[in-house]
Design a protein around this ligand. Structure first.
Ligand code: GLC
Length: 778
């Protein structure tokens, strides 16, 4: 069963009924300024740059009904006293028509009730520090109507945690409304001179700043007393919960439309807020701002566009995957409807990986993000776990994999841009001193090379990529095959970088170190697959000898990615993946999950069997396996695994998965769980960047390299070919792939501007702005 469809012409997902299994959300704005999340029934929250330290709108966690409060509009018919929400929530009166359109950076929600059509468009104009709610109310009936429209925005203490934890935080704020502008400012513990405002230029019939006055005791957003009575009581709010509620008379002749605009943002004072609101609300400004928003995303997407015979692939790679990758790059794992913007900031390893999904189009932004993250690396080479963008503070650490992700992001940046001077840029260490970017990378690699256990494999430390596997490390002796293979790939990559910058002695050393890893890799082979590492007793774990957690996915894919698996092992390992971990919804992270949490007896994962890291389908790991399949030339297997997990392909089973069909989710319950197929944690996941890399660089095979653009498709046999546009080093490569052999793997002839070139790499452009035509025959 579905809850909507893709409008591909407009790049929108259209939700046709409001009662989706979970709130289906979208993001407004970006991490540079004012931004927020909005659900399909107008729920959500807003914040300025940092949802933890500069929250503007409150979100009630675990509220019932779910997803309260939000950016609400109420309408009340003066003649009958009937009232409703055109976004369905919070009144939840059945609407005659309902439609929510989530687009790139905007959401519009349309609802009709008793002949009144209302459409509210929500967006943050590019480069502006406010959000707009443009509400259009139309009388579709044949008689004049007299209505009252109410707005509702509920302020949060800027420190979101304080707001949730203690009532005294509420006692420290004051809110007032004058001339349509409601201003809110908490008195204490804020490090900004900016106040939140919410206002309109529409003439008011009344307002409330006191939540208690607007909602009334023992009521909720569903039945506010002010809406029920048809009037606000012009309250300010002092030492209490405060809202921006405005009441506006809307009298409509048949066919007449009235436009009312609300603006939410921050300003230094009321005069500035009033000026922002007046400027932002002009219809021509809104039109221009909305066009600018659409242009921004068109330009963002234009660096890579593709036309394949598969519409699901096109929709994913042209629109929704790059969009999700950018949102994930902006917000790391900070705020979604799963991550609540209360503890995690910009994660070191998370966002090092997020870079991979956006580098092709915002390389300069990506470079700054890499530098921001490198600031939380220690001189010893390891890293703290996260940094908070507004305060610059950092937290966490002690994991074995963090530092390992830098090299992949930097290598990708260098391949994309050729900007080797980046390696010489100076970045401080979190514990003092500073070093070049290259120095940071080298120290990270050296840390993993030094911090090894009894078998010469990197120690697991607090955890590796799999943070839920932490309890495996009972006595600190556990060693991680994942980090071992990561290290292998890191050494290969750094050797290539040394080649480029003429440091040949270091390149030789890195390659020697890499070759020296082979016997240790061999020792991790259990016969049919690679083990996950050595357990606290020094025995291999993740093998057929184990009762639980017999086989893990990541050591298989990373053994292939690193090149440390022999060809026979690589093939066998990936076959074992298909035999043991494949499901109709994607690849499980491990098989034979333990039903109980009992680390002493291999029950390491603190979650029910079949969920998350304990045998769930953990999508972040799927693209690594897909890439591994392409590296082995197993194109049918690669494509099957890729296509299977595309979000749009679960549109018709949205009642089973429960989650948005336009974005990847982090995980889904696996076959060992009774609710197999149920998805969790949408939007912010490493799945977004890696699926983009797997799709564009490995399946379609359009892969930037230091000295050219690799054309190495690994497509399904039945495709005749495909066309793509890739902007690379300032040039536009127009690519046509012809699948003549039906083998659909590896290019046999490559024409660049009509001239045959050897191999499968198109040269770098002679000058930026060039258009280069590529024709490749398989
Ligand atoms: C979550 C975390 C990520 C971790 C992964 C596996 O996605 O955000 O940092 O690597 O889980 O445990």
């Amino acid at each position: 069963m579905n809850y909507g469809y893709f409008d591909d012409a407009l790049n929108e997902y259209v939700i046709t009924r409001p009662d989706t299994p979970n709130p289906w959300i979208n993001y407004l704005g970006d991490s540079g300024g004012h931004s927020g999340i909005i659900s399909n029934t107008a729920g959500g929250t807003s914040y300025f740059q940092d949802p933890m330290h500069f929250r503007l709108l409150r979100q009630r966690l675990h509220s019932l009904p779910v997803d309260r409060p939000g950016r609400y509009i109420y309408l009340r018919d003066t003649a009958t006293g009937e009232y409703w929400s055109p976004s369905w929530q919070p009144v939840m009166k059945a609407l005659d028509t309902y439609e929510c359109r989530h687009g790139l950076g905007y959401t519009s929600i349309r609802g009709t009730y008793s002949g009144i059509e209302t459409e509210t468009l929500y967006f943050v104009p590019p480069g502006k520090n406010y959000e707009l709610w443009r509400c259009r109310v139309r009388n579709a009936g044949s008689a004049p109507r007299s209505l009252r429209l109410f707005s509702y925005a509920e302020f949060s203490h800027y420190k979101a945690m304080l707001d949730l934890q203690m009532s005294w935080a509420l006692m420290c704020g004051e809110t007032s409304c004058r001339d349509g502008v409601t201003m809110f400012r908490p008195f204490v513990e804020v490090q900004t001179d900016r106040s939140a405002f919410f206002g309109t230029t529409a003439p008011l019939d009344g307002f409330d700043c006191s939540q208690a006055a607007f909602i009334g005791a023992y009521r909720s957003e569903s039945n506010p007393i002010a809406v029920e009575n048809g009037a606000c009581s012009n309250t300010g709010a002092s030492a209490e919960s405060s809202v921006g509620a405005h009441c506006i008379a809307v009298d409509l002749e048949p066919g007449e439309t009235r436009e009312i605009v609300f603006v939410l943002g921050t300003a230094r004072n009321r005069a500035e807020a009033a000026e922002i609101i007046a400027g932002a609300s002009k219809p021509e400004v809104i039109e221009a701002d909305f066009l600018a928003l659409r242009d921004k995303w068109t330009s963002y997407r234009s660096s890579f566009q593709v036309k394949t015979p598969d519409e699901d692939v096109n929709r994913t790679l042209n629109v929704w995957n790059p969009y999700q990758a950018k949102v994930t790059f902006d917000w790391s794992r900070f705020i979604s409807y799963y991550e609540r913007g209360l503890d995690r900031g910009i994660g070191f390893r998370d966002t090092m990986q997020d870079n991979l999904g956006v580098l092709h189009t915002v390389a300069a932004e990506s470079k700054e993000k890499i530098k921001l993250l490198l600031r939380i690396q220690f001189q010893a080479g390891n890293c703290k776990a996260m940094i908070f963008p507004l305060t610059g503070k950092s937290e966490g650490g002690g994991r074995s994999d963090d530092q390992m992700w830098t090299i992949y992001a930097v290598a990708a940046y260098l391949r994309e841009t050729g900007d080797y001077s980046f390696l010489d840029e100076i970045v401080p260490y979190v514990d003092g001193g500073e070093g070049t970017v290259l120095d940071h990378i080298e120290r990270g690699i050296a840390f993993s090379q030094k911090t090894t256990g009894e078998h010469g494999i990197p120690l697991f430390l607090h955890c590796d990529w799999n943070d839920s596997l932490a309890p495996v490390n009972i006595n600190g002796k556990v060693e991680s095959a994942f980090v071992f293979f990561q290290l292998g790939l890191a050494l290969k990559e750094i050797a290539l970088i040394y080649d480029r910058i003429g440091q040949s002695a270091k390149a030789i050393k890195a390659r020697t170190d890499y070759e020296a890893m082979r016997p240790d890799a061999e020792a991790l082979w259990e016969g049919n697959w690679f083990a996950r590492g050595y357990d606290s007793n020094g025995r291999l774990f993740g093998t057929s000898k184990n009762t639980y957690c017999r086989m893990f996915l990541n050591p298989q894919s990373w053994a292939v990615l690193s090149g440390l698996a022999t060809p026979a092992q690589a093939k066998r390992a990936m076959e074992s993946v298909r035999e043991n971990l494949d499901t109709i919804y994607g690849l499980q992270l491990l098989c034979s999950p333990s039903p109980v949490f009992d680390p002493a007896n291999e029950g390491y994962l603190p979650m029910p069997a079949g969920s998350r890291e304990n045998g769930g389908i953990f999508f972040h790991s799927n693209p690594w396996a897909i890439i591994a399949e392409t590296l082995l030339g197993r194109n049918e297997e690669a494509f099957e695994s890729y296509r299977k997990i595309l979000p749009c392909r679960r549109n018709e089973i949205a009642d089973v998965t429960g989650v948005e069909p336009y974005v990847f989710c982090q995980n889904m319950l696996g076959p060992d769980h009774p609710r197999f197929g149920c998805g969790y944690n949408t939007w912010l996941s490493g799945t977004a960047s890696w699926m983009f890399v797997a799709g564009t660089q490995y399946l379609l095979g359009i892969r930037p390299d230091f000295d050219g653009l690799i054309i190495d498709p690994c497509i399904p046999r039945e495709w005749d070919g495909f066309e793509a546009i890739r902007v690379f080093r300032g040039a536009t490569y127009k690519i046509k792939i012809h699948n003549r052999s039906g083998e659909a793997h590896r290019v046999s002839s490559l024409l660049v501007d009509g001239r045959e070139v050897p191999g499968s790499k198109a040269p770098l452009p002679a000058s930026p702005g060039q258009e280069i035509s590529i024709e490749a025959f398989i």
